[in-house]
Design a protein around this ligand. Structure first.
Ligand code: DGY
Length: 321
């Protein structure tokens, strides 16, 4: 019997795929850290039933028109702004993502960025490694406290809640803004719903976890940064496009805000010459929110389980469409 064909746009260790090889014919791009050229991808997907994609793959009308047998795109991310859902609908292609399995890990990273920026951890580490530590001083690398401060979470979904949960352990005053109120989360996490403006004006840490949509495009613009406290620390673990990066850069340069911890950027990857990387008061990471070995393994598994379900005519486990 012919097995359904799957193409994976990144190389993934075979050990994560063993459980599926009996039932699926899996081919993959040969490189882990380099995207498959689009022309190569178009050839590879001519006969496939399923596509295992990552967040930097653009899944659009052009691509879908090259894959007449495609039934499912399994995106290895919770966000799916790289996918044209309308085009997938037209082509009858199911789209799946990887919610839940990555919430705690991504919240850990968000909190790590808060701690790294507030306590100047990266800067201090570089100081030691550059052999610059010559003596101890009273205000040497003095940062700002996290415990007892006010955290403002923009986007109270699963990851937002996981961040709030961590904030309770730091005795933080938790406030959030979301499209809809989360009364249950308010009770469980002692979180207060506030307007977007109030959150900006009163939070010591502004953490964004909103998905990227037309509505959230450059949500954090000049006006937003101007509303923040001059001591505020801005953390972005959602998508770069929810931020106007020029406005952020200005805010960091002029002292409108204190620091920023960024896991995501408008155009990824960025180079060392990116102006936000050049700032002393930023910590910049290469989009590693969900990057723990345990969680990445669960994400691969969920993608493969979704693929297996759909090619066998069953409901996807985590369909976005
Ligand atoms: C996601 O899943 O959308 C994250 O950005 C990946 O780290």
């Amino acid at each position: 019997m012919l097995k359904p064909k799957v193409y994976m746009t990144r190389k993934i260790d075979e050990k994560y795929l063993e459980a599926y090889q009996d039932q699926l014919e899996i081919r993959m791009w040969e490189k882990e850290e380099e995207a498959v050229p689009r022309e190569t991808l178009f050839k590879e997907i001519e006969d496939v039933d399923a596509l295992f994609a990552v967040l930097s793959d653009t899944i659009d009308e052009e691509l879908l028109s090259k894959a007449p047998k495609l039934k499912v795109v399994a995106n290895m991310a919770v966000g799916y702004d790289n996918i044209d859902l309308e085009a997938c609908k037209r082509h009858n292609v199911t789209v799946t993502n990887t919610p839940d399995v990555l919430s705690e890990t991504t919240a850990d990273l968000g909190f790590s960025l808060m701690m790294a920026t507030a306590r100047r951890i990266v800067e201090a580490n570089e100081w030691v490694k550059e052999d610059k530590w010559k003596s101890w001083a009273p205000f040497f690398f003095a940062g700002t406290d996290i415990y007892g401060k006010t955290i403002g979470i923009v986007g109270m979904g699963r990851i937002g809640e996981a961040i709030a949960k961590r904030a309770t352990g730091f005795d933080m005053n938790i406030q959030y803004h979301n499209r809809s109120r989360k009364k249950d989360a308010e009770e469980r996490l002692n979180a207060k719903y506030v307007s977007f403006d109030e959150l900006l004006e009163t939070s010591d840490f502004v953490v964004t976890v909103v998905p990227y949509t037309k509505e959230t495009e450059a949500l954090f613009n000049k006006a937003a940064f101007q509303k923040m406290k001059s001591s505020a620390i801005f953390i972005n673990i959602s998508r770069g496009k929810v931020v106007d990066e020029d406005a952020l850069l200005d805010a960091l340069k002029t002292g409108e805000i204190q620091a920023a911890g960024l896991d995501v950027f408008r155009e990824e990857p960025i180079g060392a010459d990116h102006p936000l990387v050049g700032m002393q008061n930023t910590v910049c990471l290469p989009h590693i929110g969900s990057a723990s070995v345990e969680t990445r393994a669960k994400m691969v598994q969920l993608c493969m389980d979704n693929i297996q379900a759909v090619v066998n005519g069953k409901e996807a486990i985590t369909a976005v469409l």
